[in-house]
Ligand binder design. Structure first.
Ligand SMILES: *Cc1c(COP(=O)(O)O)cnc(C)c1O
Length: 717
């Protein structure tokens, strides 16, 4: 029912494009908004809806005519319509069974774009990339999440290096979100607890061909307390947490029903949404007059669960009081008393002292479960073996699908030009195919290096610009600001470290022996420099201290001007970093990094990884496509492991990384290094991308679950 392109005004076309996040992974479309007003686009966090709000239709018509943009806009619109209407997709041929009823993908966070900061880190960005690839592949899928009106938080670092959190309200009116209505009134879902009823409206967001539904509790039907319920991601206490999760799971299933979906397959991305299957069980019992046990078996056979971390704090646990208050009414409808409910969240149903664990609940309510890398699969099977005491560890029914990243989102436009030249036409629609990436061998060392150097130049000016802005705001001395303006050398080996400042990620590992690090930085023959960024959880004082320690170093010689800390790490900053660094450092305490994905983004852009053999890197590293810290051993004593990893880190830097980077030929090209860049792209690009990942989910989990079959990944009892 799309109008003929010729009939729509430029303003209408741009508005339609701006209201579907499809634009965000098409660089030529992003460029259109930048050309309309680069400063405004940047001030709005690259939000085209907010940008367009500044113009009257006639004004936009004039500006785009003057800038010779109109034919590009017509072309972009035609591509957009062709994309949304295309019937010939991978999904059409491989997931036909889902056509009647799309997969419902539940996640507490979605990291789709910097203008919609409802994510905290890797889990959210992964969910965002999952939706984008599902859209590109044409897999029938809808997302379900929460709308956090204040997002996660915005990070500032004060003059003492201490993290300050700010919670600006998101500009809902200028986000591409539309309230779902019926007969002109907002559709409201409700979930009852023992003490009250929680209401929420439904906001919809278009992500290419996929729709994401976000529940928003900030509506007048709610008590003042409940209006705050969805204001912050991972904010509040345990009570807030269980109420958010109740809304996400139970409210989410009700919301889908309200918009006309009865999903057959439910994919729980992490345990936060594990109440969802309980609501489906309730409906089956009620509508199909099924007994509880049968409804559970039946529902679980259509549920898929992905666990994302071996870190204990990542698995929500609730005490009996909170469970009774919030799940009690649902339990009554299921015919379960509090003992029966608690048993669903306990490894040992008889153990009255065990708290209620969302991961346990999810594992009991699905028939297909997976971790997010080969190693994480192994760790998860050990971790949850208690649920199947009669099985050996190898038989624990948790498989793995390794995470990947959405290539068009993370690939720099300049790199894309190279890809376009050497890879087959429409390569970006087939990134999951290994053979396709072999074409990358045709890139010459010189052009790859020049492209990389240009991107690195962009990163350096970005980093200086940000650092100056931040230093001014802190009121730092002129001398400090002058240092920052001159910081960094385009010829230095540039090492990036950006991630959540969770303790196991050990942002300070490299600082273990400061004298050693100082000597590295003082070597003028082999200049190196470091960029750090990352947020500590607001309640994590140790994480904030880490950040402070690194921040203070940036004011001391010889670190001054060679180590920068950028505040407020987000998707936009992530893009700059992964596109411009030479080396991406990752040194988690093995095996606590379930997968990690930022290093995969770096690979696509020609950067090299230097990482502990944990998560995805333990199955990616082949000796020639990056660098390994250590040999993949772990030690039960943390202090011993930390000490050993420090030695290994220093060794790989001084013996492998630095020599290879500075070994130049007569054209000043580091041929050995460039060979690794090419090898990384060719051997890793096809495996660690989200198309491959989502195709694996589709064929190994969604299609079998749609048929109600348990499959090779998992055979639950
Ligand atoms: C990719 C990404 C992450 C996840 O990266 P890890 O390697 O898991 O740390 C976190 N935050 C942002 C902003 C990202 O873009």
């Amino acid at each position: 029912m799309s109008a003929r392109p010729g009939q729509l005004s430029i303003y209408d076309k741009l508005t339609r494009i701006a209201n579907n996040l499809w634009w965000s992974w098409h660089p030529e479309v992003v460029e259109i908004f930048r050309l309309i007003d680069a400063d405004l686009f940047s001030q709005t966090r690259h939000n085209p809806v907010a940008l367009l709000a500044h113009y009257a239709p006639e004004e936009l018509d004039r500006i785009t005519r003057d800038a010779l943009l109109q034919s590009r806009i017509h072309h972009a619109y035609r591509r957009f319509i062709a994309y949304t209407e295309s019937q010939t997709t991978w999904g059409a041929t491989h997931t036909a069974i889902l056509a009647q009823s799309p997969v419902a993908y539940f996640s507490a966070e979605f990291g789709l774009h910097e203008s919609l900061p409802i994510y905290s880190g890797g889990l959210g960005v992964l969910a965002g990339d999952h939706l984008k690839s599902a859209s590109d592949l044409g897999i029938p899928l809808v997302g379900v999440g929460l709308f956090y009106s204040e997002g996660y938080f915005s990070q500032k670092i004060d003059a003492n290096g201490w993290q300050q959190e700010e919670y600006p309200r998101l500009p809902l009116k200028s986000l591409p979100l539309t309230p779902v209505t019926q007969d002109g009134k907002p559709v409201i879902v409700s979930v009852e607890t023992r003490s009250d009823t929680i209401f929420a409206r439904i906001l919809r967001l278009e992500v290419g061909r996929v729709t994401l539904y976000l529940l928003d509790a900030d509506i007048e039907q709610n008590s003042p307390e409940n209006r705050q319920l969805t204001s912050r991601l991972y904010g509040g206490d345990q009570r807030t947490r269980i109420r958010q999760e109740l809304l996400l799971g139970v409210g989410g299933v009700r919301a889908l029903k309200a918009v006309g979906f009865e999903p057959k397959v439910i994919h729980m991305n992490e345990g936060h949404s594990a109440f969802a299957p309980l609501e489906v069980i309730r409906t089956r019992m009620h509508e199909d007059a099924m007994p509880f046990d049968q409804a559970l078996q039946e529902t679980a056979s259509h549920c898929v669960f992905t666990t994302h971390t071996p870190v204990a704090a990542g698995h929500d646990r609730f005490d009996q009081g909170l469970v009774d208050e919030h799940i009690g009414p649902l339990g009554n409808a299921l015919g379960l008393d509090i003992g029966g409910l608690m048993a669903l969240g306990r490894v040992d149903p008889q153990n009255g002292s065990e708290t209620f664990c969302m991961t346990v609940l999810a594992l009991k309510l699905c028939r297909i479960a997976n971790g997010v890398s080969n190693l994480h699969g192994i760790v998860s099977r050990k971790m949850w073996a208690g649920l199947w005491p009669w099985r050996s560890t190898q038989e624990i029914p948790i498989g793995h699908i390794t995470n990947g990243v959405h290539v068009p989102t993370w690939l720099a436009a300049q790199m894309r030009v190279l890809y376009d030249r050497v890879l087959p036409e429409n390569w970006y629609e087939r990134t999951g195919e290994a053979d396709l990436w072999k074409g990358f061998e045709a890139v010459t060392p010189g052009e790859l290096w020049e492209t990389h150097q240009a991107l690195k130049g962009t990163l350096i000016s970005y980093a200086r610009g940000k650092a100056v802005q931040q230093a001014r705001r802190r009121g730092e001395a002129d001398s400090v600001i002058a240092d920052v303006e001159q910081a960094f050398d385009p010829n230095a080996l540039t090492i990036g470290f950006a991630r959540r400042f969770a303790p196991y990620k050990r942002a300070d590992l490299i600082l273990h022996d400061l004298d050693f690090l100082a000597r590295l930085l003082e070597d003028t023959e082999h200049p190196i420099q470091f960029l750090f960024a990352g947020k500590a959880h607001p309640a994590d004082a140790a994480g904030k201290q880490l950040l402070q320690r690194i921040f203070r170093l940036t004011h001391e010689d010889p670190f001054r001007g060679r180590v920068l800390v950028l505040e407020n790490y987000d998707i936009a900053m992530g893009r700059q970093l992964v596109q411009g660094v030479d080396l991406w450092l990752n040194n988690p305490r093995r095996p606590l990094e379930a997968s990690g994905t930022s290093g995969q983004k770096v690979v696509l852009n020609g950067g090299l990884n230097c990482s502990i053999l944990d998560g995805w890197w333990s199955e990616a590293y082949d000796g020639q496509n990056g660098f390994a810290i250590g040999n993949g051993r772990s030690h039960t004593d943390q202090a011993v492991q930390d000490q050993r990893d420090v030695q290994d880190l220093y060794a790989v830097l001084t013996e492998e990384v630095i020599p290879l980077y500075f070994e130049r030929d007569s054209d000043d090209l580091p041929q050995g290094w460039i060979a690794r860049m090419k090898r990384a792209i060719r051997t890793l690009g096809w495996r660690f991308n989200a198309d491959r990942m989502v195709m694996d989910y589709a064929s190994q989990t969604y299609v079998p679950a749609a048929g109600g079959l348990s499959c090779s990944i998992v055979q639950m009892p």
